[in-house]
Design a protein around this ligand. Structure first.
Ligand code: SF4
Ligand code: SF4
Length: 153
């Protein structure tokens, strides 16, 4: 389900604009509040829901079943480090889920600028930055020619 913004709660901080991978959270130039400019293009990743400090972003139910009474609410609680989801089914049942916003302490992740500049040879390598050590493995798995033949009759 795509998202929408309660403009009365939004303070225009722009966190959702910065975090949206689809670049569809924009600030309305007249009201200085955020809005989802293109719900059809929403990835439904809910990064904006998790980032919003004002609890101003919610999930828009699909028009074919939302009128039947279902709802999805998200609540970000930064002091607890959790995000809670309250799912209400149209038969009245409710399910509640609580997940950590992240699994590492706040501020513990190095920014790209904290790492040494890569050597020239790294630009020609197949590995992405900080692979394989960033994946906690010694070496990336590779497909060898003998394994390619498996399954070929
Ligand atoms: Fe953007 Fe994801 Fe929010 Fe959709 S759910 S508006 S893609 S951040
Ligand atoms: Fe508004 Fe929340 Fe987006 Fe900030 S993160 S601009 S408060 S909707």
């Amino acid at each position: 389900m795509p998202t929408f913004v309660y403009m009365t709660r939004c303070d225009g901080c722009g966190y959702c604009v910065d975090v949206c991978p689809s670049d569809i959270m924009h600030i309305d130039t007249t009201y200085r509040r955020a809005y989802n400019i293109e719900p059809n293009m929403c990835w439904e990743c809910y990064s904006c829901v998790k980032a919003c400090p004002q609890h101003a972003i919610d999930c828009r139910g699909y028009s074919d079943f939302a009128p039947m009474g279902h709802s999805v609410r998200a609540l970000r609680e930064e002091e607890k480090g959790t995000i809670s989801w309250k799912i209400k089914f149209r038969d009245g049942r409710e399910k509640n889920f609580v997940s950590p916003i992240r699994t590492t302490p706040w501020g513990s992740i190095q920014s790209p600028a904290d790492y040494a500049a890569p050597a020239q040879a790294a630009f020609k390598a197949q590995e992405l930055a900080h692979e394989p050590e960033g994946l906690n493995i010694d070496k990336l798995p590779t497909l060898t020619p003998d394994r390619l033949k498996q399954g070929v009759v």
